[in-house]
Ligand binder design. Structure first.
Ligand SMILES: [Zn+2]
Ligand SMILES: [Zn+2]
Length: 278
């Protein structure tokens, strides 16, 4: 599978001269499975550019859209995803149980007129909620996807993709605490993954003031990857105030820690428009 990052930023878009390398758009990933099927994770602001890319390819859009949870940084790009205004588009939605509510909110917020000029029912695309992941697993030909609850206010899901003998785990907006039982559950969920993409919103020195906010520091993400024998860790959901130079410095620091431990674990930071090949 190929994974392309269209948005890597946490909480709110952060465009500007300090976020050119790692990007300012919020969560959106495009996955091309080996069986030819296409899957999108989350509809943060990165999905707008992905929609334009689809337009330029002039292909019918027939995708699965998985939503981790409905905090606005993960859904508020959806009204600007241009394929939803095209009748040839088919979107099968799955993920957290409230995901259709989150995707529809900008259109039908019932708080009066004036938020957005289109109603959800006016969208031309065929958009269906298939609701497999809350109850078990989702199978797309020979790719198996299952989920884990994330440790995050108001809940949500992380996803694990298995394609032949390759495994990718996506866990964002997930607060790790090595002292809690949930940490060992996450170790089991990530065990042996080829790639783990994990929330690393905070620095270790920031986490004590943000316990309960539902995000991890990069050291905890590193601990998880080491404990679970992951091959590559990708730091994700960069804090909006994190400059490119900060992300680079964090990544270099982690690489040095791993070198001292003689670990084979590879580490990098998610970068908008970059592609992972698995
Ligand atoms: Zn988020
Ligand atoms: Zn969130």
């Amino acid at each position: 599978m190929n994974i392309r990052f269209w948005g890597t930023r946490g909480s709110i878009p952060a465009p500007g001269k300090d976020t050119i390398i790692y990007g300012g758009n919020t969560t959106c990933l495009e996955m091309d499975l080996n069986n030819g099927k296409k899957l999108i994770i989350d509809a943060g602001t990165g999905i707008r550019s992905l929609g334009r890319e689809f337009e330029s390819r002039k292909e019918d859009v027939d995708i699965h859209l998985l939503i981790t949870h409905i905090h606005w940084d993960h859904v508020f790009g959806f009204p600007f995803f241009s394929p939803i205004y095209n009748s040839s588009t088919r979107i099968l939605v799955d993920g957290y149980n409230s995901c259709m509510k989150g995707l529809g909110y900008s259109f039908d917020n019932k708080m009066g007129d004036g938020f957005f000029p289109v109603r959800f029912e006016e969208l031309k695309a065929d958009i269906q909620f298939i609701d497999k992941l809350s109850h078990g697993y989702l199978e797309i030909d020979d790719t198996i996807i299952d989920s884990s609850p994330i440790h995050h206010p108001q809940g949500g899901l992380g996803f694990r993709f298995r394609e032949h003998n390759k495994t990718l785990v996506f866990l964002t907006d997930n607060e790790l605490d090595v002292k809690e039982k949930s940490f060992s559950d996450f170790v089991s969920f990530c065990q042996g993954a080829d790639i783990l993409i994990h929330d690393s919103h905070y620095r270790p020195e920031e986490i004590s003031d943000h316990r309960g906010w539902g995000h991890s520091d990069y050291q905890s993400a590193l601990d998880l990857a080491l404990r679970a024998n992951v091959k590559k860790l990708v730091l994700f959901h960069h804090a909006p105030e994190r400059k490119d130079s900060d992300v680079r410095e964090i990544t270099t620091f982690c690489q040095e820690v791993l070198k001292k431990k003689n670990s084979d674990l590879e580490i990098e930071a998610a970068r908008e428009n970059s592609v992972l090949v698995l």
